[in-house]
Design a protein around this ligand. Structure first.
Ligand code: HEC
Length: 118
């Protein structure tokens, strides 16, 4: 008799785990929700390049080939401008946030510039 109770409990726990798996929001969904909105700017490649030289190449390499951070040479292939804007604004893992160091328009300009690199 007790065996039945035990296996019943086990089954209930499994069912609960499966339900949790489908109802808890995934990590990416959470990130998606508090994505900062990118201001609309017109791409200014020269100033984007200057901003990147001053702020990003120490980790991403002087040719954006990567270093402490990943290569950004084909960043546009994996992320669009609003996604890049979000990563640079908020930071991610070892990537620092630039919210307090760059103006939103500067970050947006860099995001547009990187998004063109495919
Ligand atoms: C202190 C070192 C550092 C600096 C400075 C830095 N980054 Fe990063 N960056 C990283 C690291 C490390 C990652 C990987 C983060 C991760 O693993 O989630 C990263 C990731 C990224 C990514 C996502 C790459 C991908 O495809 O997943 C983008 C875009 C990016 N950085 C852009 C920039 C820009 C633009 C700047 C300058 C404004 C910058 N980074 C400055 C370290 C840095």
């Amino acid at each position: 008799m007790q065996k039945w109770i035990m296996s019943g409990l086990f089954f209930a726990a499994c069912a609960f785990a499966v339900i949790l798996m489908f109802t808890l929001p995934g990590k990416s969904e959470v990130a998606e929700e508090n994505k900062p909105t990118m201001p609309e700017v017109v791409l200014d490649a020269a100033s984007a390049e200057a901003t990147v030289k001053a702020n990003c190449i120490s980790c991403h390499g002087d040719q954006l080939q990567g270093g402490a951070g990943p290569s950004l040479q084909q960043e546009g292939a994996s992320h669009d401008a609003p996604q890049i804007y979000s990563i640079v604004t908020k930071g991610r893992g070892q990537m620092p946030s630039f919210k307090d160091r760059l103006a939103p328009e500067e970050i947006a300009n860099v995001a547009l510039w990187l998004a063109e690199k495919k």
